[in-house]
Design a protein around this ligand. Structure first.
Ligand code: DX5
Ligand code: ZN
Length: 222
């Protein structure tokens, strides 16, 4: 699956930018990735619930909310209630991630847990049993256009193994620095869903970029 991140889109034309990856066929995104940043958990500020509510009205592509915010225990639920398909919180920010996952699911969303590049996965395996999505960060969260951190692929391999052996039931998602040069190694490590910001919205034709990335990943995963 390919999830274009609108962090690299033109914020004055978000509806058009999403429509560019919401056509029919291979140019259609599987999810649209929306980065919510609060200038506290990360040193950047983007958008919040009112904008997400508008985006939900503007598209039928499932919205994947990546909350880079403090106290997601309080704020994440609103995104689930609004109709986001998947709501991802950071394990480094959540106070009670298991209760949070239950609340997100009860509100009708998939529950996602994200781990920063230096956060080990081993400490959170019990917690991950309550989640639907694992978002492995392959850059320090906060900004688009950074270089891919290859070292996080060990965490992807661990997650892949645990999913394939039935110990976890998760979509393995990766976020940061995914482009034509890096997607194949991520696919080889076992990623299911690839977030791509600059590689999609920096391209001449975002829809074609979605199709090309998906084809590259599918070739590797077989
Ligand atoms: C970074 C965000 C990413 C970002 C990725 O904190 O979580 O979703 O948009 O951008 P690229 O694909 O350009 O690294
Ligand atoms: Zn993101």
């Amino acid at each position: 699956m390919i999830a274009p991140s609108i962090l690299s889109a033109d914020f004055a034309r978000l509806g058009d930018e999403i429509r560019a990856v919401a056509g029919e066929g291979e140019t259609r995104a599987d999810w649209v990735h929306v980065d919510v940043m609060d200038a506290h958990f990360v040193p950047n500020l983007t958008l919040g619930l009112p904008v997400v509510q508008s985006l939900l009205k503007a598209t039928d592509v499932p919205i994947d909310c990546h909350l880079m915010i403090e106290n997601p225990d309080k704020w994440a639920i609103g995104y689930a209630e609004a109709g986001a398909y998947n709501v991802t919180v950071h394990v480094e920010a959540a106070h009670d991630p298991i209760a949070l996952a239950k609340n997100l699911r009860a509100a009708g969303a998939k529950a996602g847990l994200s781990i920063k590049p230096n956060t080990p996965i081993e400490d959170h395996l019990e917690t991950l049993k309550h989640y639907d999505t694992l978002l492995v960060m392959s850059v320090e969260p906060g900004f688009g256009g950074q270089s891919f951190i290859e070292g996080v692929l060990d965490k992807v391999r661990t997650a892949r193994r645990l999913v394939d052996t039935g110990h976890l039931k998760l979509v393995v998602e990766i976020d940061g620095g995914i482009n034509a040069d890096t997607i194949e190694q991520a696919a080889e490590a076992g990623v299911d869903c690839f977030v791509a910001g600059s590689a999609v919205y920096g391209a001449e034709d975002p829809g074609k970029a979605v199709a090309a990335l998906r084809e590259q990943a599918a070739r590797v995963r077989g």
